[in-house]
Design a protein around this ligand. Structure first.
Ligand SMILES: Nc1ncnc2c1ncn2[C@@H]1O[C@H](COP(=O)(O)OP(=O)(O)OP(=O)(O)O)[C@@H](O)[C@H]1O
Length: 313
């Protein structure tokens, strides 16, 4: 197995200084073949700096970086042709039509995808004869994606690809990322939308003030699996005066304000199995306002940021 098959991206101790300001303070990253990997973090955390160093667009101050088996600082044209880059800012495409823009960028690559296919993939078929400068913001973003992937890359960098897109265009952009994943391509996604990460990425890293504070499977980030679920409901009728039934041992009663009862438990199904006969016995067939809440990616992400922001900045 060659190095880049082993891991398309391997970063150790990456540092970047702008003047006296330490923007990246020793970043380690491994991105695995074929995965969608999300880089998360608040504004100014260092995501774009990291990604641009990986793309060979910015120079690092220190550390080791391997992308598709090479150091991006070597800037080899053959290596660069294997990358698909969709930067954060929308391109300036002057007075060319959509098709001309795509064909123009295709001409830089040794084995590009057919322009028709790419234009269709990003949903700009109806606009292909329009001048790029007359497109809407969302359509321009799609053109950015077309330009980024027309070289049929092995590794795709998407920097906030869906910012400014309407919900339909966003769903289409997600389909496109899934399409590339199905083709076995590796994607690094920078985004502030956690639902996007949940929908698309297998693994993620959270960067705060230039340091990675957590890396792992999206489903397990921030100890999500271990955090207890919350079960809450309003105690109506006969329940308002009733004591709670025996609940599973790992359940705690978090709060009982007025008639709202909130439990924390690692076994919400078992807790409900105890609550339902208890409610029925009190003549209550439905637990009003019943909610079972497991920590979302947003919950754990915000917690990670709050815990680390003060410490690192
Ligand atoms: N060329 C530059 N010269 C000096 N400082 C810079 C330069 N580029 C970025 N920075 C600083 O480095 C820090 C990280 O910026 P970066 O753009 O990498 O963050 P980011 O995580 O991508 O933020 P955002 O979510 O807002 O896009 C910021 O404090 C920024 O001001």
């Amino acid at each position: 197995m060659s190095d880049d098959q082993a891991n398309p991206i391997r970063v150790r101790g990456l540092r970047k200084q702008y003047g006296s300001s330490h923007t990246l303070r020793g970043v380690d990253l491994d991105v695995r073949p074929g995965e969608v990997f999300a880089l998360l973090g608040p504004n100014g955390a260092g995501k774009t700096t990291t990604v641009e160093i990986l793309e060979g667009v910015r120079r690092r101050t220190g550390g080791e970086v391997q992308v598709l088996g090479r150091d991006p600082a070597e800037d080899s044209p053959r290596w660069r042709a294997r990358l698909g880059i969709v930067p954060q800012t929308t391109g300036a495409y002057t007075d060319l039509t959509v098709r001309e823009v795509v064909e123009h960028f295709a001409s830089f690559y040794p084995a590009p995808l057919p322009a028709d296919q790419v234009i269709g993939m990003v949903g700009l078929g109806k606009q292909e004869r329009k001048q790029a400068q007359t497109l809407s913001g969302g359509q321009l973003r799609r053109l950015d994606v077309a330009v980024g992937v027309v070289g049929d890359p092995d590794l795709i960098f998407l920097d906030e690809p869906t910012t400014g897109l309407d919900p339909e265009a966003r769903a289409e952009a997600w389909d496109l990322v899934r399409y590339f994943a199905d083709q076995g391509k590796t994607t690094v996604l920078t985004t502030h939308y956690l639902d996007e990460v949940e929908a698309l990425a297998q693994r993620a890293a959270v960067i705060v003030a230039g340091a990675i504070v957590e890396t792992g499977a999206v489903s397990e980030l921030g100890g999500r699996r271990e955090v207890p679920a919350t079960v809450s409901f309003t105690a109506t009728g006969g329940l308002s005066a009733a004591g709670l039934p025996e609940l599973p041992p790992d359940t705690t009663v978090d709060a009982r304000t007025d008639d709202v009862i909130t439990l924390r438990t690692h076994g919400p199904t078992r807790a409900l199995a105890a609550l339902l006969p208890w409610a029925a016995e009190a003549g209550v067939g439905e637990l009003r306002d019943l909610r079972v809440h497991r920590p979302t990616l947003e919950d754990v992400y915000l917690k990670l940021i709050r815990e680390n922001q003060g410490e690192l900045s």
